[in-house]
Design a protein around this ligand. Structure first.
Ligand SMILES: Nc1ncnc2c1ncn2[C@@H]1O[C@H](COP(=O)(O)OP(=O)(O)OP(=O)(O)O)[C@@H](O)[C@H]1O
Ligand SMILES: [Mg+2]
Length: 585
C-alpha cells in the first residue's frame, strides 16, 4: 500500500468531519479558547490604572465610572483597593477558564482518538486478506494505536488553539491600533516574513515527520515479529541478531526524529528572531512617541504588554506548524488505510441465504496471490453431502483452493458456485455462516477453552460446548487442566500442545453446525489413536454435510466419496468411489 498524498486542507477537513459528533464539547473548548483573549486583554488593566490614575493624575477608565460610584474612584486609597481586587478576580476568572478548557481538551481529545481508532480497526478488519498478507499486523497496529492520535493532535491541539490564537491576535491588533496605529503597523511588519518562513518549512516538516513515523512503525513491526516467534529466535540463538536489527531500526527512527525536531527548532529560532526584531522596532518608535508626548508612559507600558500578547499568539501560530504537520503526517497514514478498498465485498443486490444445500462447483477457476499463478483453470462439481478429499504434494495449492470457498480471496478468473449461484452474489456475512473451517495452523484466541470452542457461536450453551469437545476428543484433556473449561489458553493458544489446539479447533467446527465443512489437515498434529477417535467423530459430523478435507492420512482419504488430486496448482485427477479415476491432464 503506497502512502497517498493529501493536502493539508483535505486532511483537516476530513478530521473536522470526523469530529462532528463532538461539536458541543468542541464548541465549549473553542469558546474557552476565545475567552482567553478578552481575559488576557483585561490582565494588564489594573496595572495601567495603578500607574495612570493611582500614581498619576489621569481619570480612571470610562467603563469603571459606569459600573462603580464616583466616590470610590476619586479617592486614591479606595482606587488602589479596587485595583488589588481586580487582580484577584481576574486571576480567578482566568484559572476557571484554564480548568474548564483543560477538562474539555482531554475529553474531546480522547474521544476523537477513540473514534478514529474504532473506524480504523473496523475498516482494517474488513480489508481483504491480501492486504493483511502484504502489510503484516504490526503496521496496522501502529496505524490504529498511534496514527489515530492525529485526530486529537490536529483538531484539539492544533485547529482549536490556532483559532483561539487568531482571535486573540485580532483583538490585540484592534486594541493596540487604537492606542497608536503607527506602532501597531511597525509591530505587524513581522507578519510577512513569519508567514513566508512557515510556508517554506511546512512541507519539509511533513516529510520529516512522515519518515519518522514510518521508521517507528518498522521498529514496532520487528518487536512484534520477534516476540511472536520467540521460540524460533531462541532455538536458533538469534537473540543478538534480533537485538542488532532492533538497535539499527531504532537508530534510524531516532535520526529521523532528531532531523524533524532540528527543522522544528530552526523554524522556532527564525520566528523568535523575527519577533525580537519587531519588538525592537516597537521599542524604538514607542520611546520616541513618549518623548514627543504623543503617548502616555502608562499607555506605552500597556502597549508593550499588549504587543507582547500580540506576539504570543503569533508565535504560537507559527510554532504550531510543526506539531500540526506531525499530526497531519499521522492523519495521512490513517486515511491511507481508510481509503484502501476491501476487494472482497458485498455486491449491490446480493442475496441472502439461510442454509445452503451444499452443492459446489468450481468453473474454470484460476487464482494468483500476486503475479505468480497458484491455481490454474480448475473445474469440478460436488453434489450436496459429498465428502471431498483433497490430496497432493506440499505447495500444490490445496489450502489456497479451499480458501476461495469462504471468500478469503476471490478467484482471478472463473467462478465458484454454491447451489448454482456465484459466491460473489451472496451476502458475505451469510455466505461465511455456511462454513465451519478448521485451518491448517490453528490459532486460538487468548480467552478460556469454552470461549474458544464457542468462538463461532458465542451464544452456545455449555452443554453443547461440552458435547462438541467430547466429539472432538478434547473433553478429557480439558478436564485435566486446572480450571477445566474456564482455563485460559494464552496468546494464540500458546499454553496448549499442537494436538490439543487442533482438537479445540475441531470442537469449534462441531459446535458451529454449518452445512459445509472445510478441514485443512485436521488430524496432522494428533497421534494415531487420537486420530482414530477424531475420525469416528468426524464420521458423525460429516453426515448430511458437504465436507472438504485436505489430508495426507490414508484413514481419512479412504472415507471420502470423491478424491481430488492436485499438483502445481492444477487438478490432475478426480477419483470417485463409484467410478474409475478420471485423469485430467
Ligand atoms: N498468502 C500468500 N501469499 C502469497 N503466496 C502464497 C500465500 N499463501 C500461499 N502462497 C503460495 O501459494 C502456493 C500454494 O500454497 P498452499 O498453501 O495452497 O499449498 P498447499 O497445497 O496447501 O501446501 P501444504 O500441503 O504445504 O499445506 C505456494 O507456492 C505458496 O508459496
Ligand atoms: Mg496447506
Amino acid at each position: 500500500m503506497t502512502q497517498k498524498k493529501y493536502s493539508d486542507l483535505q486532511l483537516l477537513t476530513r478530521l473536522l468531519g470526523m469530529a462532528r459528533p463532538y461539536w458541543l464539547p468542541l464548541s465549549g473548548l473553542l469558546l474557552a479558547s476565545l475567552l482567553a483573549a478578552p481575559l488576557a486583554l483585561l490582565l494588564p488593566l489594573p496595572i495601567k490604572i495603578a500607574i495612570d490614575s493611582v500614581l498619576g493624575k489621569a481619570p480612571p477608565p470610562q467603563f469603571l465610572r459606569a459600573l462603580l460610584p464616583a466616590q470610590w474612584l476619586d479617592a486614591q486609597e479606595s482606587l488602589l483597593w479596587l485595583v488589588l481586587g481586580m487582580i484577584f478576580c481576574l486571576a480567578l476568572l482566568q484559572q476557571t477558564r484554564n480548568f474548564v478548557a483543560s477538562l474539555l481538551r482531554q475529553y474531546c481529545g480522547e474521544s476523537l482518538t477513540i473514534r478514529l481508532r474504532t473506524i480504523l480497526f473496523s475498516h482494517t478488519q474488513r480489508l481483504s486478506l491480501a492486504f493483511h498478507d502484504e502489510k503484516g499486523s504490526a503496521e496496522s497496529l501502529y496505524r490504529i494505536q498511534y496514527d489515530a492520535r492525529a485526530a486529537e493532535e490536529a483538531v484539539v491541539n492544533g485547529v482549536i488553539p490556532m483559532v483561539g490564537s487568531l482571535a486573540t491576535l485580532i483583538a490585540m491588533i484592534v486594541v493596540v491600533f487604537r492606542l497608536d496605529w503607527l506602532l501597531t503597523l511597525v509591530a505587524l511588519a513581522v507578519c510577512p516574513p513569519l508567514l513566508g518562513a512557515t510556508q517554506i518549512f511546512r512541507p519539509r516538516l511533513r516529510g520529516r515527520w512522515e519518515a519518522f513515523k514510518k521508521s517507528e512503525s518498522s521498529v514496532l513491526e520487528l518487536v512484534q515479529e520477534s516476540l511472536s516467534m520467540i521460540r524460533v529466535v531462541v532455538a536458533f540463538g538469534r537473540e543478538r541478531h534480533e537485538q542488532g536489527r532492533f538497535a539499527e531500526r531504532s537508530a534510524t527512527a531516532l535520526r529521523r526524529k532528531v532531523l524533524a525536531v532540528f527543522l522544528e527548532g530552526l523554524l522556532g529560532i527564525l520566528i523568535a528572531l523575527t519577533i525580537a526584531a519587531g519588538m525592537a522596532g516597537v521599542l524604538f518608535v514607542g520611546i520616541r512617541h513618549v518623548l514627543q508626548d504623543r503617548l502616555l508612559l502608562g499607555d506605552f507600558l500597556l502597549m508593550m504588554l499588549y504587543l507582547g500578547m500580540v506576539y504570543q499568539p503569533l508565535q504560537a501560530l507559527a510554532t504550531k506548524t510543526s506539531a500540526v504537520q506531525a499530526a497531519l503526517a499521522g492523519a495521512a497514514r490513517a486515511f491511507t488505510v481508510l481509503d484502501a478498498k476491501p476487494d472482497v465485498v458485498d455486491r449491490p443486490g446480493s442475496r441472502a441465504i439461510e442454509r445452503t444445500l451444499g452443492a459446489i462447483e468450481f468453473r474454470g477457476v484460476s487464482f494468483s496471490y500476486d503475479e505468480t499463478p497458484v491455481l490454474g483453470d480448475i473445474s469440478f462439481r460436488v453434489a450436496p453431502r459429498t465428502r471431498v478429499g483433497i490430496v497432493g504434494p506440499t505447495g500444490a495449492g490445496k489450502s489456497t483452493l479451499l480458501s476461495l470457498l469462504p471468500r478469503f480471496y476471490d478467484p482471478t478468473a472463473g467462478q465458484v458456485l454454491l447451489d448454482g449461484v456465484d459466491l460473489r452474489d451472496y451476502k458475505l456475512a451469510d455466505l461465511r455462516e455456511q462454513f465451519a473451517v478448521v485451518l491448517q495452523d490453528t490459532a486460538l484466541v487468548s480467552m478460556t477453552l469454552a470461549e474458544n470452542i464457542a468462538y463461532g457461536r458465542p451464544d452456545a450453551p455449555l452443554e453443547e460446548i461440552i458435547r462438541a469437545a467430547q466429539l472432538a476428543d478434547a473433553h478429557t484433556f480439558i478436564m485435566q487442566t486446572p480450571h477445566g473449561y474456564d482455563s485460559e489458553v494464552g496468546e494464540r493458544g500458546a499454553r496448549l500442545s499442537g494436538g490439543e489446539r487442533q482438537r479445540i479447533a475441531l470442537a469449534r467446527a462441531f459446535l458451529r453446525n454449518a452445512p459445509v465443512l472445510i478441514l485443512d489437515e485436521p488430524t496432522s498434529a494428533v497421534d494415531a489413536a487420537t486420530e482414530e477417535k477424531v475420525l469416528e467423530a468426524l464420521e458423525r459430523l460429516m453426515q448430511n454435510r458437504t465436507t472438504f478435507i485436505i489430508s495426507h492420512s490414508a484413514g481419512v482419504v479412504e472415507k471420502c466419496d470423491l478424491l481430488l488430486y492436485m499438483d502445481e496448482g492444477r487438478l490432475k485427477q478426480v477419483r470417485s468411489r463409484q467410478s474409475e479415476p478420471t485423469v485430467l491432464s
